[in-house]
Design a binder for this molecule. Structure first.
Ligand SMILES: Nc1nc2c(ncn2[C@@H]2O[C@H](COP(=O)(O)OP(=O)(O)OP(=O)(O)O)[C@@H](O)[C@H]2O)c(=O)[nH]1
Ligand SMILES: [Mg+2]
Length: 396
């Protein structure tokens, strides 16, 4: 029948007759409509509510219709709401997915007839989830007895709340994903907005029908509190005469707000990022050390090529005695080559300092090597200071 209604196979006369029959059969069956922005958790909240209804009323039968939007480009709709609904395993639940078939609409045109039909089929409760398309989701109000608006703390600034019609029309507002950062501030803002919309400024916060929930959490106290209040409202407003459920569940509502028993607490959300950062620092330090070792090896090879007589074996340190620069006495030979010993020692000292300070000591090496070749007769006495790894001391 739902398909026949959806496909428009029934003409107006047939529909008029059927509507009367359905009305007579199920006029008092409560219809709960959940709407809200995409991904706010409508299906999760629907599932949690169904779960509680099934648990508290063992004979209750529930019908669920989920409407998902049709995409303008492809004309198709991803009817994925049932993925979130674990309660569908129960034989006491009937579920039907539908597409809006109308772009930019939250409600299927034939939804009214579908709801009326399900009402007339002996179910104790009908639940409708509609595609939230933003701030104008209030069409559902005309189709259901209890509109529920599901939102999250991601509404932007408090001034945006002014534009949400459903805060005016919804019997219950559910602030889902209460585990998210900033949810408590959002709860305060939404409650304030609810009071402002109804000029009920003196109302106590716990009396405002805005319920914080974590629908993805098992047995969430926020959902239980909302469920208890929803049942109370249904009973008071409709006085349903179902033989299977009296809408007076025995729920423990001592806890009213969700406990944020999240897997990773807020303060540790960057935990893995911190570990990765530390790993990257260690890798950078290792690369720096490898580069320094590489440089030290090149220096050692250069000194070996220059035939430094005091060169230690590879990876050994210079003999500390050889690290003391000796000021050579001014000999006639030195005077002849016109190379004062101090001038020979200077590059060594510079090189030693550059080496220990980590600047570019190799810049001095070609100069020193060239000078060495030029003054072959009086080889410079700088070599001993060229220990790239040993801590170097120079004396004048
Ligand atoms: N952290 C967190 N995630 C949640 C909560 N409730 C639902 N979710 C997750 O939010 C995602 C969307 O949930 P749905 O229930 O499919 O949301 P929806 O509003 O029905 O989505 P549409 O029907 O596609 O608009 C899923 O991954 C849920 O597991 C909650 O309280 N906290
Ligand atoms: Mg959904």
């Amino acid at each position: 029948m739902l398909t026949a209604i959806e496909e428009g196979e029934l003409d107006e006369t047939q529909l008029a007759t059927l509507r009367k029959e359905w009305q007579l059969a199920g006029g008092k069956t409560p219809v709960i409509g959940l709407t809200g922005t995409g991904g706010a958790g409508k299906s999760s909240v629907t599932d949690e509510l169904m779960n509680r209804f099934l648990q508290h009323f063992p004979e209750m039968r529930i019908a669920v219709i989920s409407v998902d939007p049709t995409r303008r480009r492809t004309g198709g709709a991803l009817l994925g709401d049932r993925i979130r609904m674990n309660s569908l395993r129960s034989p006491r639940v009937f579920m039907r997915s539908m597409a809006t078939r109308r772009q930019n609409a939250a409600i299927n045109l034939v939804l009214k007839d579908c709801v009326a039909f399900l009402r007339g089929q002996g179910y104790d409760l009908v639940m409708v989830e509609t595609a939230g398309i933003g701030q104008s989701d209030s069409e559902i109000v005309d189709l259901v007895d209890f509109p529920v608006y599901v939102m999250t703390s991601d509404f932007g600034a408090p001034s945006q709340l002014e534009k949400i019609d459903m805060i005016d029309y919804a019997e219950l507002v559910v602030l889902n994903k209460f585990d998210k950062r900033g949810a408590e501030d959002a709860l305060r803002d939404v409650r304030k907005q609810w009071k402002r919309n109804r000029t009920a400024f003196t109302m106590k916060d716990e009396d405002v029908p805005v319920y914080p929930t974590i629908a993805s959490q098992f047995n969430d106290p926020g959902v239980s509190w909302m469920f208890a209040n929803l049942c109370r409202l249904v009973k008071a407003k409709l006085q349903p005469n179902s033989a299977h459920c009296d809408f007076a569940p025995n729920v423990d509502t001592a806890l009213k707000e969700p406990r944020a028993t999240v897997l990773i607490p807020g303060a540790r959300t960057r935990y893995l990022a911190e570990i990765a950062e530390q790993g990257r620092h260690i890798n950078t330090a290792i690369e720096r050390q490898a580069e320094a070792a590489d440089r030290a090896q090149s220096y050692w090879q250069s000194l070996r090529d220059l035939e430094d007589p005091d060169l230690p074996r590879q990876l050994d340190l210079y003999d500390p005695h050889h690290l003391m620069l000796q000021r050579a006495p001014a000999t006639p030979a030195a005077a002849r080559t016109n190379t004062p010993p101090a001038a020979n020692a200077a590059p060594a000292a510079t090189a030693a300092r550059s080496c220990s300070s980590g600047s570019r000591p190799w810049a001095n090496a070609p100069t020193a090597a060239a000078r060495c070749r030029k003054n072959a007769a009086s080889p410079p006495r700088w070599t001993a200071a060229w220990s790239p790894c040993a801590s170097v001391t120079t004396t004048r």
